[in-house]
Design a protein around this ligand. Structure first.
Ligand SMILES: Cc1cc2nc3c(=O)[nH]c(=O)nc-3n(C[C@H](O)[C@H](O)[C@H](O)COP(=O)(O)OP(=O)(O)OC[C@H]3O[C@@H](n4cnc5c(N)ncnc54)[C@H](O)[C@@H]3O)c2cc1C
Ligand SMILES: *[C@@H]1O[C@H](CO)[C@@H](O)[C@H](O)[C@H]1NC(C)=O
Ligand SMILES: *[C@@H]1O[C@H](CO)[C@@H](O)[C@H](O)[C@H]1NC(C)=O
Ligand SMILES: *[C@@H]1O[C@H](CO)[C@@H](O)[C@H](O)[C@H]1NC(C)=O
Length: 607
């Protein structure tokens, strides 16, 4: 029980308390209506909804409880979150299986990645969500997903001082009664730098315009962003607090449930099946290894371990590519080679410029506060490629077959048909809908201006698979960032333009050295080499349990059921088959709420 006896006694009638514990006896050999693997963003949201409907639910989370961890709770302290507190820190691997030298951040505690993430909040667009339906997923489109994005949000409108420093909200687009707080920090960060970025970006990316709100866009946009935070002024110290899925759906006083049991520090190893491949429960054990226990699910097992861990659970359970499973002595109950493929993320890096001495002490310009990305620009191909845009678009459309073949050859897509469908839909968004293809973040760090950027709709794909017969072992994650030539050309262009911003007005007068990273006049080959050397994952992993028709490389159908099985669904962000042009939280919250409605039989649109 999470509340002390004293606290509980102070409440007149404590009817329901969620059980949150690392004592496995609450789950071992016990039975629940639903078992959820993973207590991250989607797992806790679905657990909340199902337990509210009176179902008994067990959530098993590999990481610890982070309820009292200051660096998790205080938004501006996120730089201090340690691996033990909440981060898997996986090694990124190359094609030959060797470590690439950078780590993959991924939340490993209650709340999952929502407990460590950058908290940036803005919506994806209608064409992107409608593309899900066009790919064969009945009931999945903007009209069915957007209400869930609104439902989860409690937007706190900016005050006059915040507005004067760049905050703005298109009020009709947001929700005001959900559990997740969305706000601008009070006071706003680095307002002088925000003004400079907003003035400079359109000079470098011609055609880009200042927007009211990043959620309010047909395609490209530039605005100050809001975050999943709230300004806690109660202590008088103006603390900016994180509003994670755990805060919103698990810890909140008004969200307690006697029907919900959350076991942390325990890892789900596999799903158990009966002879008809109907899921009957899970095998789990202490996260650092030990004896293996079981729990049974009267209704269903729901996988919510995220894009990097849901596929390995499927593989250990006998659902995956039979050839891969065989290498580790696992019998294939369902030969489903799409499991773990189509893995994708955006390749990020940044360019920095030194601020001159006269301006370096201005905290309205540089504040050394870690609240990522005060100004965000989403740039489309016209703004990035200028007069070369239409030629680039035509070449992209023509290259889809070759891209599909290359992905099949690299083992990242299951078939040419699958890759053509997904890449074709993506190219359509880029060329026809003019969706943004690069994100540029205006930031500052001590003594430098930094613009962080990444291609937004990359075609590069990777894979994640089990790599050991030890059920407790980490999976092998092979991101293959920037393995596609279109992605590389986007990366080079955005990097060069972002860097050039610092050499021209209005930045030039506050900058002393504009080329911290590369010499002036570096060639495209130099930029490419630099980008590849410095790139890391933007942490928006998707795709590895794609929702698509089975013949198009799907792992789950439009009801999120794993092909070839019964009573088993994937309910996390890994079901999205393509990258999206917003950060992933709003879509992930929408997936989770829709999943709960599908499971409870409330969503008829998927039938
Ligand atoms: C560093 C970082 C920054 C980000 N910044 C932003 C941002 O600014 N804005 C935004 O919108 N999105 C951001 N994201 C992305 C967003 O947080 C994720 O897309 C979202 O949390 C995905 O939800 P999920 O439920 O699929 O996975 P997660 O929230 O990651 O949850 C998965 C959970 O499963 C657990 N788990 C894994 N394996 C097992 C197992 N075998 N057994 C039991 N439990 C297991 C994990 O520990 C984790 O708690 C960021 C992510 C990261 C990592
Ligand atoms: C949301 O903000 C309110 C204050 O406005 C606070 O009391 C509440 O705890 C916050 N909830 C979450 C989930 O962040
Ligand atoms: C930079 O410093 C100079 C000299 O103090 C000052 O005039 C100018 O306004 C400063 N620029 C910004 C953007 O703060
Ligand atoms: C168009 O491409 C050519 C050749 O790569 C390049 O030199 C030129 O700068 C590009 N023009 C724009 C507007 O990006």
């Amino acid at each position: 029980m999470r509340r002390s006896a004293v606290a509980a006694a102070l409440v007149a009638s404590v009817v329901a308390q969620t059980t949150i514990t690392d004592d496995a006896s609450v789950a071992s050999s016990k039975s629940f209506d639903y078992i959820i693997a993973g207590g991250g963003l989607t797992g806790l949201t679905v657990a909340n909804k199902l337990s509210a409907a009176g179902k008994t639910v067990l959530v098993v989370e590999a990481g610890p409880n982070s309820e009292d961890v200051t660096s998790v709770n205080v938004a501006t302290a996120r730089g201090g979150i340690t691996a033990a507190e909440c981060n898997w820190k996986y090694d990124a691997l190359g094609d030959d299986g060797s470590a690439l030298g950078w780590q993959i951040d991924s939340g490993r505690c209650l709340g999952g990645s929502s407990s460590i993430n950058g908290m940036v909040w803005f919506h994806p667009t209608k064409p992107e969500m409608d593309a899900l339906k066009n790919l064969g997923n009945k009931g999945w489109d903007w009209n069915s997903l957007y209400p869930y994005m609104k439902a989860v949000e409690h937007n706190h409108l900016p005050n006059d001082a915040q507005r004067a420093d760049g905050a703005n909200v298109d009020q009709g687009l947001h929700g005001y009664s959900g559990p997740v707080n969305v706000s601008f920090p009070d006071a706003m960060r680095i307002p002088d730098a925000q003004r400079l970025y907003k003035a400079a970006m359109p000079l470098v990316f011609e055609g880009l315009k200042l927007s009211d709100d990043l959620s309010d866009r047909d395609n490209s946009a530039m605005a100050s962003t809001s975050w999943t935070i709230w300004n806690d002024e109660s202590s008088g110290t103006d603390v900016v607090r994180r509003s994670s899925a755990a805060h919103a759906f698990l810890y909140a006083e008004d969200q307690q449930r006697s029907t919900l049991t959350v076991l942390y520090n325990h890892k789900v190893l596999s799903v158990t099946f009966d002879s008809k491949i109907k899921a009957t429960g899970i095998q789990f054990g202490p996260s650092d290894g030990g004896s293996i226990m079981t729990a049974s699910a009267k209704k269903e097992v729901l996988l919510a371990s995220g894009s990097l861990q849901t596929p390995p659970i499927l593989e250990r359970s006998g659902v995956g590519d039979a050839d891969i499973l065989e290498q580790f002595g696992i019998d294939a109950l369902v030969d489903l080679p799409a499991v773990g493929r189509n893995l994708q993320d955006q390749p990020g890096t940044g360019a920095s410029a030194l601020v001159n001495d006269a301006n370096a002490t201005n905290t309205e310009l540089i504040d050394n506060i870690n609240l990522f990305a005060p100004v965000i620009s989403l740039v489309n191909m016209d703004e990035l490629f200028g007069s070369n845009s239409s030629a680039k678009g035509a070449a992209l459309t023509k290259s889809i077959n070759a891209k599909a073949q290359a992905a099949v050859d690299a083992g990242t897509m299951v078939s040419k048909k699958s890759a053509q469908a997904v890449f074709g839909a993506q190219a359509n968004l880029i060329v026809r809908n003019k969706m943004p293809i690069a994100e540029v973040v205006g930031e500052s760090y001590p003594s430098v201006m930094t613009s962080v950027f990444w291609p937004l709709l990359p075609f590069s794909r990777g894979h994640v698979h089990i790599a050991s017969s030890d059920p407790f072992a980490s999976p092998a994650i092979t991101p293959r960032l920037l393995s596609d030539d279109f992605d590389v050309s986007v990366a080079i262009s955005v990097a060069k333009k972002a860097q050039s911003m610092f050499t021209t007005e209005p930045f030039a007068p506050v900058i002393s050295t504009a080329y911290v990273d590369l010499p002036e006049g570096a060639s495209d080959d130099d930029w490419e080499a630099w980008y590849k050397k410095t790139a890391y994952a933007a942490s928006h992993w998707l795709g590895s349990s794609s929702m698509l028709p089975r013949e198009y490389g799907g792992v789950v159908n439009n009801k999120l059921q794993v092909y070839g099985t019964k009573n088993l669904r994937v309910i996390d962000a890994s079901i999205l088959p393509m990258p999206i042009t917003s950060h992933t939280m709003p879509a992930a919250y929408a997936i989770a709420q829709k999943a709960a409605d599908i499971i409870l039989g409330k969503d008829k649109s998927v039938n």
